[in-house]
Write a protein that binds this ligand. Structure first.
Ligand SMILES: Nc1nc2c(ncn2[C@@H]2O[C@H](COP(=O)(O)OP(=O)(O)O)[C@@H](O)[C@H]2O)c(=O)[nH]1
Ligand SMILES: [Mg+2]
Length: 260
């Protein structure tokens, strides 16, 4: 008998200024691809689908949430609801240069609030002003380096599936990489917070043995292995039983998250 297909819940957010087309994109994606998609009470669209991940098929319960554009990026940065999201689509409107500029604040704020979840930019309303696509995409490259961007239209459907599917794949990879709901144990969280406090100085194994109560040498090494695997700390070995860990950028975001 083949092994059962793993099931995971994946929660994505759509963010960006008011009127850029967040609601329209969520609807277009759900109804354009998934018959069983339906709208929940909180601007949430859910559906079940099978995704081919790098580790084989995964059954995904997908929930897409819209974050109100009437709120500010500063509010989003403190938003606990982002802590359980696995990815987000940051939307700007090709008709509004201001909505593009706003992404410079939205994207880092939400990236931090989600603990470094995968994200992409979508430049909507290409049906109206397709000629602006090039300059808007160049802006994304220059101002949000490393963040993939694409162009399309919730009205015609152009580019919508592609953008969500790419995000979903990245989110699934991100979710499978971590055990359910971020696999940082209580001891792991203590180690992470301590490493965050130390910054570039880092923490040695010897110090960790003093700090983390109720964990022996083996236990601490195992916790550190998980944190390294999740990309939250970097480990530098000095010998067979001696190392120092320093927090990564992603680790810093997650440390704030597990502290809350
Ligand atoms: N022409 C055009 N209009 C769009 C597109 N997407 C959304 N709109 C319109 O833009 C307005 C705001 O859309 P909405 O989805 O409510 O934006 P939200 O505030 O970000 O959720 C509505 O009038 C939509 O009909 C699009 O791709 N092309
Ligand atoms: Mg809306």
């Amino acid at each position: 008998m083949p092994p059962p297909i793993p099931r995971r819940e994946v929660r994505l957010s759509i963010i960006g200024e008011a009127e850029v087309g967040k609601t329209s994109l969520a609807r277009r994606y759900a109804h354009g691809t998934l018959d069983e998609g339906h709208e929940g009470p909180l601007g949430e669209v859910t559906s079940v689908l099978q995704v081919q991940s790098t580790e084989g098929p995964v059954e995904v319960l997908l929930a897409v949430f819209e974050y109100p554009g009437s709120r500010t990026p500063a509010e989003a940065a403190d938003e606990p609801a982002f802590r359980n999201k696995h990815g987000f689509l940051a939307v700007a409107d090709l008709m509004s240069r201001r909505s593009l500029d706003a992404l410079k604040e939205w994207v880092p704020a939400v990236a931090k609030a989600t603990g470094g979840a995968p994200h992409r930019v979508f430049l909507n309303k290409s049906d109206v002003v397709p000629e602006r696509a090039g300059s808007f995409l160049r802006w994304v490259q220059a101002n949000l380096p490393g963040v993939p961007g694409s162009v399309g239209s919730a009205r015609t459907g152009e580019g919508v599936l592609e953008a969500f599917d790419a995000l979903l794949l990245e989110a699934v990879a991100h979710v499978i990489g971590q055990p359910d709901d971020l696999a940082v144990s209580e001891s792991g969280a203590i180690i992470l917070r301590y490493a965050a406090k130390r910054g570039t100085t880092g923490v040695t194994l010897k110090e960790l043995l003093r700090i983390v109560r109720g964990q022996d040498f083996q236990g601490i090494v195992a916790e550190v292995d998980v944190l390294v695997h999740l990309g939250l700390v970097a480990r530098e070995d000095f010998g067979p039983a001696s190392f120092r860990i320093t927090i990564t950028e992603r680790g810093e975001s997650v440390a704030q998250w597990v502290a809350a």
